[in-house]
Design a binder for this molecule. Structure first.
Ligand SMILES: [Zn+2]
Length: 256
């Protein structure tokens, strides 16, 4: 009887079926795994783009502090906003004077900075427009005597990279101060500067002329110049990497 299949043939047939089914299963699973990986990477890149677009969105509207661009703490003095003598009410702290409204903030910020590095000290605070003029002119004379080939205007341009002409220095507001571990610009330990810069917003301050912002501020990097803008604004500016010029423009765009 040749019709009856032998046992080995049956086993062989069964094996073929098992291998076939297993093959389909592995193929489908593998595809699902690939799909899973794709889905995951897609969702990661979506997260990144969501994050960056939410930063842009946040910079434009939602998280903007409820402050007016006319707030006294946001007064803008630079070479495009030359301002006459402001005559602020002053309080002396150590060897400098500051606007009395921020005296407490300066004291606590200084103490916090000294906790990071005991050498932190105040170097300059309020400077009158008249004094700034003297200072600027003395720098121009120094540059011209150091290099007699410099014309007056070339010397002035050179000095403008590190000092402001009368009426264009933020020091006349009484809201700015230079604070460092040393008496020379950009000579402080960078780790200390980074730490002090990080805590500054807790006291309402920002490092006013950070790296990479000279196009907007008009001033090269300064590791010692801190500006009071108020805690809310300082935090927002720091979180969104905005200079005071950019922040005020943003407030105005949003009718603040
Ligand atoms: Zn300064």
């Amino acid at each position: 009887m040749r019709k009856k299949r032998s046992l080995p043939t049956l086993i062989l047939g069964l094996l073929i079926i098992i291998i076939f089914v297993a093959g389909i299963f592995i193929f489908v699973q593998g595809d699902r795994l690939t799909l899973g990986r794709n889905t995951k990477s897609t969702s990661v890149s979506q997260n990144v783009s969501t994050k960056s677009s939410s930063v842009t969105a946040k910079t434009k509207t939602s998280d903007l502090p409820n402050v007016s661009s006319d707030d006294w703490a946001l007064v803008l003095v630079n070479r495009n906003h030359v301002t006459p003598e402001m005559d602020p009410d002053l309080t002396q702290i150590d060897n400098i004077t500051v606007d009395s409204r921020i005296a407490d903030n300066v004291r606590s910020f200084l103490a916090a900075a000294q906790a990071i590095d005991a050498n932190e000290h105040l170097i300059s605070g309020y400077r009158s427009v008249a004094y700034q003029e003297e200072l600027f002119n003395s720098y121009v004379s120094q540059e011209m005597s150091a290099d007699p080939s410099l014309t007056q205007s070339a010397a002035e341009d050179l000095v403008k990279t590190y000092s402001q002409p009368a009426g264009a220095s933020e020091h006349q507001t009484g809201l700015a101060m230079d604070m460092s571990t040393v008496n020379y610009l950009n000579q402080s330990d960078t780790d200390v500067v980074e730490k002090v810069k990080t805590i500054a917003p807790e006291y309402g301050f920002v490092l006013r002329f950070p790296k990479g912002k000279s196009e907007s501020t008009g001033v090269d990097y300064e590791d010692w110049h801190f500006r009071y803008v108020g805690k809310e604004s300082a935090k927002y500016m720091t979180d969104n990497n905005l200079s005071l010029e950019e922040y005020i423009a943003l407030l105005k765009e949003n009718k603040r």
